[in-house]
Design a protein around this ligand. Structure first.
Ligand code: PAN
Ligand code: ZN
Length: 191
């Protein structure tokens, strides 16, 4: 089938990424999540409120995109940059989501930092893959995913996923993830 009959033909393009800073230059979409956007996600809610009050609602994570059409055949991609820190003993993390089209996978290539990609299925399977510079995590179709920063510097990833995937935050907000990642006496504890 001629793609031009079903979709708009777009021109090739390129983007510049600052791999060390975790910034996509001239990004047209820049999503910023602050600590206050994370209410309901951490075990210690009082610690989150203290962080918001005492550190002036600090930056939590950012996503940079130069978007492409959200259609089958395209590849959506972004830079995801998660700050280091803890809420109580729990390491900073992203909200996490299933894809709205659940049968779509994602590739995360870690560019900087240390952490985990926590993943779960609706029927209760759970997994955590370590993330560090040069490590690729494959998130299979139907797995919700959340990145977690266990290190002292930003956790930066380049992510690629099908254009039509979309994001479903509601289901994982209801279900939560079965395990959390903590730093206790400088040791990573997953429980
Ligand atoms: C990533 C995530 C990004 C932010 O681009 O969207 O890391 O995490 P949340 O979306 O869970 O807030 C991705 O997985 N896209 O599909
Ligand atoms: Zn995703």
């Amino acid at each position: 089938m001629d793609v031009r009959s079903t979709d708009k033909l777009i021109d090739p393009f390129s983007v510049d990424i600052d791999i060390d800073e975790g910034i996509m230059k001239r990004a047209t979409n820049h999503l910023v999540r602050k600590a206050s956007d994370m209410r309901g996600h951490y075990a210690d809610q009082a610690a989150l409120e203290r962080l918001i009050a005492e550190k002036a609602d600090p930056l939590h994570y950012e996503v940079f995109e130069v978007p492409v059409p959200e259609k089958e055949g395209h590849l959506m991609y972004c830079i995801s940059t998660l700050q280091p820190g803890q809420v109580g003993e729990e390491c900073f993390m992203t909200k996490g989501h299933y894809h709205a089209v659940a049968a779509t996978a994602e590739i995360y290539l870690c560019l900087r930092g240390q952490g985990y990609m926590a993943m779960k299925t609706a029927d209760g399977r759970w997994s955590a893959e370590p993330m560090s510079r040069g490590r690729m995590v494959y998130v299979p179709p139907h797995w919700a995913h959340r990145s977690i920063n266990t290190g002292g510097e930003p956790l930066i990833s380049f992510c690629v996923y099908p254009g039509q995937a979309g994001h479903n935050y509601g289901d994982i907000e209801q279900e939560g993830f079965p395990k959390r990642v903590f730093l206790r006496a400088e040791r990573v504890v997953i429980e």
